[in-house]
Write a protein that binds this ligand. Structure first.
Ligand code: BDR
Ligand code: CA
Length: 297
């Protein structure tokens, strides 16, 4: 079992909820805790509790994290926030969860858990990188005790505005500067993982709370589209931990653009000592088959 802490902006794009369900239902991932990041992290933490209830995993602790980017100015931040997707709370609240987010801070939980571990805990950020950057800033020794498998960034310039990397460019820069081993599952590969609607329907056919919830959330996220087709960005980050052969990786030096007037948050390959295993190709069909099988059996 791979031990992870999942750091998520669950509640906007649908793939965070799918990633959490996938990690737990895989039976191959030991989720030590869920931490939330970006904007209303308390509400996101409530959502995570509801989902864990549906998954029968009420022992997994959930902590709300940092809501505001480290430095990005409020006007920039509001602009980013304006593109938020519909709330998922109505559907998940039907779960009437027996658990609540823990009173402590996400960053403290990350530091304490990793530092108390044997070096075998992977941080899996699937939202903006504010919590992770704050944790490494407060406790630089994390770099010797953990590794990161992130959903974020892209090396293809056409995708330079990746959500997680751009919502908090300074945090993204801090993370790539830590020296911690990083696997970057970016838009270069995740954009190839768009579910077919037949696959969405397959999730909904199974008569279990978690399947009903995933099906309903996907449609809520899809809005007016009667046949929504989520892109499995965040589940692919989880999948690369379960089976590294889903993606082909290349060692690269990644620097993060933070200058005004440039695409802030862009993850740029540069000459120099590699700091990242960048996913450059994906066996999307095999991954998505595995994903659907995991959520339906
Ligand atoms: C990332 O941004 C969010 O919309 C998704 O959940 C994913 O983490 C993709 O750019
Ligand atoms: Ca996400």
């Amino acid at each position: 079992m791979q031990k992870i802490i999942l750091d998520t902006d669950i509640g906007d794009d649908i793939d965070d909820a799918l990633a959490l369900a996938f990690a737990i239902m895989s039976g191959k991932i030991d989720v030590l805790g869920v931490t939330t990041v970006f904007k209303n992290t308390d509400q996101r933490a409530e959502l995570a509790c509801c989902l864990l209830e549906a998954l029968g995993q009420t022992a997994i602790p959930v902590y709300a994290g940092i809501g505001k980017p480290l430095l990005q100015s409020i006007p920039d931040w509001e602009q980013v926030a304006a593109s938020h997707r519909p709330r998922q709370i109505e559907v998940l609240k039907q779960q009437q969860p027996s658990i609540q987010p823990k009173p402590g801070r996400a960053v403290d939980f990350i530091i304490d858990t990793v530092m108390a571990g044997d070096g075998d805990i992977t941080l899996v950020p699937i939202g903006p990188f504010t919590n992770i950057a704050a944790a490494f800033t407060l406790e630089p020794r994390l770099a010797q005790k953990t590794k990161i498998c992130m959903m974020g960034g892209a090396i293809n310039r056409a995708h330079s505005e990746e959500w997680n990397a751009c919502c908090d460019p300074e945090a993204t820069r801090v993370v790539f500067g830590t020296g911690v081993p990083i696997t970057m599952v970016g838009l270069d590969v995740t954009m190839k993982c768009v579910m077919g609607y037949e696959q969405v329907k397959a999730l909904g056919v199974v008569d279990r709370p978690i399947n009903r919830i995933c099906f309903e959330l996907i449609h809520l996220w899809g809005g007016d589209n009667p046949e929504p087709r989520p892109t499995l960005h965040d589940p692919l980050a989880v999948a690369t931990l379960i089976d590294p052969t889903f993606c082909e990786t290349r060692e690269m030096r990644i620097e993060v653009e933070t200058r005004a007037g440039h695409p802030r948050g862009a993850t740029v390959p540069m000459a120099g000592e590699p700091n990242t295993s960048v996913c450059v190709a994906v066996d999307a069909t095999r991954f998505m088959d595995y994903f659907v099988k995991t959520l339906t059996t």
